[in-house]
Design a protein around this ligand. Structure first.
Ligand code: GTP
Ligand code: SPV
Ligand code: MN
Length: 601
C-alpha cells in the first residue's frame, strides 16, 4: 500500500524539542512502541521548524504552493475526496458507562475501544515520522488555559495546529516538570484514510482522544472540537466552568461604551461572519471586534460570566466569503493561510463559489480535476476551509489575550430556520434562555457528512460536541445561572428565514448589526420590546432599519409569530425532550408547559 506520509529527516537543531516532563515522555514512548514510526519529531513551534515543514510538505505534495505574489505564505491542501467533513456517526464518547455519555452521543465501551484502536494503530506509523505537538488552549497564563499534546503522522496537522493553537516551547514552559499536571493526550494517525477505519474517540475520564483514518480538520485538529468542546465540556462541568460552541465579539458605541456578546450557532450557520461583522454606513462610529469565531470558554467571576477564546486561529468556511459578505475574513486570508479543498486557478491563485468577481475561465477543482464555469461540479468543496492566524484579523479585539477573559453581556442562540423562528427575540430570564438553547433547531449543513438541509434539534449548537449526558449539560447551564448575580441576557436570532419565494427575507452579514444594536439596547435597558408568548420581541420600530432597503412586509414577516407553526414547534420540543429518555431537567419541562400556556391566552 502507498505510504501517505513518508518519513522526513530534519537537519540538526530541528525536531528535537523533547520535553522534560516524565509523564509526557512515558506516554510518547508508549505510543511510539505501538505505532513504530521511523523517527520522532518533537515540535517547538519555531520559524525554522515551520520553514522546514513547509518545504517537506511541498516536496511530498501535502501542500501545493500558491502564487506567492497573490497570496503570500499561503498554501493549498487537498484532502481525500472521501474525507471532507466531520463524521458524526463515527465519533464516540467512551465514558465508563453509557449513561454518562447520554442519549445524544455514540457511546462505546472504553476498554473495548482502546483494544480496537490499539489494533488499528499497531505499526501504523512504520516508515513515517511521528510528530509530537505541545500546545496551549487559551491565553498562556489564563486560569482557563489548558495544555494538550497531539501525536500525529500528518504534517498538515502540525502546520495547522501551529496556526490554530499556541504551539511549541510556550506550552512546554507552562507544563513544567510536574508529572501529575493536567494535560490532554491526543493521538492521531491517518492510517490509510479509509472511511471504514475512521474513528474519532474521546475518553473524557482519561483526558484522552484517539482519532484515526481521517485527515480532515474537524476530525484531526484535536485541539478544536475534540479537546476544546467534547473533553472541554466534560471538564467544565466537573470544574464549574463552561465550554461552548460560541463566537465572542465586542461592540463599542460611538460614545465608547463596550459590551461583549457570545453566540452559539451550529456549524456553518454564521459564527465566523458574525464575529467579524463590519457595521453598515448608517452605524458610523460603532465598532465590532473579534475575540473568537467558534469556541468560548467561560467562568464565573464577580457574579458575571467571563469568556476567553481558547484558539489562536480560525478554521473557517471558504465558500461565500467575499469582500461583500465579509471583508475582514478576506483580509485575514490574504496571506499566511492554509486553504483546504478550494479551487486552484491557472495563475496559482485560489478560487471558490461566491468569491468576488467573475469565475475563472479554467481552474483545477478541489479534487484536482479540470474545471470551467460550464462544469456541473463545484470548483470548491462546500465545506472547503481556510486556516488562518487570528493575528491576521484587522478587527481583532485588543483584549483577546486577557487572562481573565472579557465580561459577557448577552448570549445569543441561533439556527438556520426557513420558518417559525423570528429574526430576534429575548428570553424572559436565564432559565427561559436555557430552554431556548435546549430546544434550538437548525437545518444541517456540509460541515458534517450526511444529508444537508434537514431540520434537527441542536441544543446550544452542541449536539455533536457535548462530551457527556445532555441532561446533565442542561442542568449545568441551570446551575451556572444560579451562581450569577449579573447574568448575561439571552437571545435567539435567525438570519435564515425565507419568504414565500424561497429567498432569505433578511440581508444578513453586516446588516446583522441592526439586530445586534437592539440586543445591546436591551442590555442597556433602553430598547423597546413587546411581550409575546415566546419572549420579548422587537416591534419594527424598535429595530434601527434606517437606510436599509427592505420591504415593510418582509420586516413584518421576519418578526411574526405564526401560531400554527408554533403549535407544531412546541410539539416538536416535546417530542425532542421525550426522545432523550427522561434526562431533561424538570425546570425545562416546566418551561415548555409555560410556553404552551402562554399561547393559550
Ligand atoms: P463553522 O466554522 O462550521 O462553525 O461555521 P460558522 O458558524 O462559523 O459559519 P460561517 O460564518 O462560516 O458561515 C457559514 C455559511 O453561512 C457561509 O456560507 C456564509 O456565507 C453563510 N452566512 C453567514 N452569515 C450569514 C447571514 O447573516 N445571512 C446569510 N444568508 N448567510 C450567512
Ligand atoms: C464546525 O463544524 O463547527 C467547525 C468546523 O467549526 S470543524 O472544525 O470541522 O468541526
Ligand atoms: Mn464550528
Amino acid at each position: 500500500m502507498k505510504n501517505l506520509a513518508p518519513a522526513i529527516f530534519p537537519p540538526k537543531g530541528i525536531g528535537n524539542a523533547k520535553p522534560a516532563n516524565k509523564a509526557v515522555l512515558d506516554w510518547v514512548h508508549e505510543i511510539a512502541t505501538l505505532t513504530q514510526p521511523e523517527n520522532v519529531f518533537w515540535c517547538d513551534g519555531s520559524e525554522r521548524e515551520h520553514d522546514f515543514l513547509i518545504a517537506e510538505s511541498l516536496g511530498q505534495n501535502v501542500l501545493i504552493e500558491l502564487n506567492q505574489k497573490k497570496v503570500p505564505h499561503s498554501y493549498l491542501h487537498r484532502s481525500s475526496p472521501n474525507d471532507v467533513a466531520r463524521v458524526e456517526q463515527f465519533t464516540f464518547v467512551c465514558t465508563t458507562t453509557k449513561q454518562e455519555a447520554g442519549p445524544t452521543n455514540n457511546w462505546a465501551d472504553p476498554t473495548e475501544t482502546y483494544a480496537k484502536l490499539r489494533e488499528l494503530l499497531a505499526g501504523a506509523m512504520r516508515g513515517r515520522t511521528m510528530f509530537v505537538i505541545p500546545y496551549i488552549m487559551g491565553p498562556a497564563d489564563s486560569p482557563l488555559a489548558k495544555i494538550g499534546f497531539e501525536i500525529t503522522d500528518s504534517k498538515y496537522v502540525v502546520l495547522s495546529l501551529r496556526i490554530m493553537t499556541r504551539m511549541g516551547e510556550i506550552a512546554l514552559k507552562r507544563l513544567g516538570n510536574d508529572p501529575s499536571a493536567e494535560w490532554n493526550r491526543g493521538v492521531h494517525s491517518l492510517l490509510d484514510v479509509n472511511p471504514e477505519r475512521r474513528f474519532i474517540c474521546h475518553f473524557p475520564q482519561d483526558n484522552t482522544i484517539i482519532s484515526v483514518g481521517s485527515g480532515y480538520g474537524g476530525n484531526v485538529l484535536l485541539s478544536k472540537k475534540c479537546l476544546a468542546l467534547r473533553i472541554g465540556s466534560y471538564l467544565a462541568r466537573k470544574q464549574n466552568w463552561m465550554a461552548e460552541h460560541m463566537l465572542i465579539l465586542g461592540v463599542e458605541s460611538p460614545e465608547g461604551r463596550k459590551h461583549y456578546v457570545a453566540a452559539a450557532f451550529p456549524s456553518a450557520c454564521g459564527k465566523t461572519n458574525f464575529a467579524m461583522l463590519i457595521p453598515p454606513e448608517h452605524f458610523k462610529g460603532w465598532k465590532v471586534t473579534t475575540i473568537g469565531d467558534d469556541i468560548a470558554w467561560m467562568r464565573i467571576r464577580n457574579g458575571r460570566l467571563y469568556a476567553v477564546n481558547p484558539e489562536n486561529g480560525y478554521f473557517g468556511v471558504v465558500p461565500g466569503t467575499s469582500y461583500k459578505s465579509n471583508p475582514n475574513a478576506m483580509r485575514s486570508i490574504a496571506h499566511d493561510t492554509i486553504y483546504t479543498n478550494v479551487a486552484l486557478t491557472d495563475d496559482g491563485d485560489v478560487w471558490w463559489e461566491g468569491k468576488d468577481g467573475e469565475p475563472p475561465a479554467h481552474a483545477i477543482d478541489w479534487r484536482g480535476n479540470d474545471w470551467t464555469p460550464q462544469s456541473s461540479e463545484k470548483a470548491a468543496h462546500p465545506n472547503s476551509r481556510f486556516t488562518t492566524p487570528m493575528g491576521n484579523n484587522p478587527a481583532l479585539d485588543p483584549d483577546v489575550e486577557k487572562n481573565e477573559g472579557v465580561p459577557i453581556s448577552a448570549i445569543i442562540f441561533g439556527g438556520r430556520r426557513s420558518d417559525t423562528a423570528p429574526l430576534v427575540y429575548q428570553a424572559l430570564d436565564w432559565n427561559h434562555g436555557v430552554y431556548l438553547g435546549a430546544t434550538m433547531a437548525s437545518e444541517t449543513t456540509a460541515a458534517a457528512t450526511g444529508a444537508v438541509g434537514r431540520v434537527r434539534r441542536d441544543p446550544m449548537a452542541m449536539l455533536p460536541f457535548c462530551g457527556y449526558n445532555i441532561g446533565d449539560y442542561f442542568q449545568h447551564w441551570l446551575d451556572i445561572g444560579k451562581q450569577l448575580t449579573d447574568p448575561p441576557l439571552i437571545f435567539n436570532v435567525n438570519w435564515f428565514r425565507k419568504g414565500a419565494d424561497g429567498k432569505f427575507l433578511w440581508p444578513g452579514f453586516g446588516e446583522n448589526m441592526r439586530v445586534l444594536k437592539w440586543i445591546i439596547d436591551r442590555c442597556e435597558q433602553s430598547g423597546g420590546a413587546l411581550k409575546s408568548p415566546i419572549g420579548w420581541l422587537p416591534s419594527p420600530h424598535d429595530l434601527d432599519l434606517a437606510e436599509l432597503d427592505i420591504d415593510r412586509n418582509a420586516v413584518d414577516e421576519l418578526l411574526c409569530i405564526d401560531h400554527e407553526e408554533w403549535q407544531k414547534e412546541i410539539a416538536a420540543h416535546k417530542e425532542f425532550f421525550d426522545s432523550l429518555g427522561g434526562v431533561v431537567p424538570q425546570e425545562l419541562q416546566k418551561q415548555r408547559e409555560q410556553l404552551a400556556e402562554r399561547f393559550r391566552f
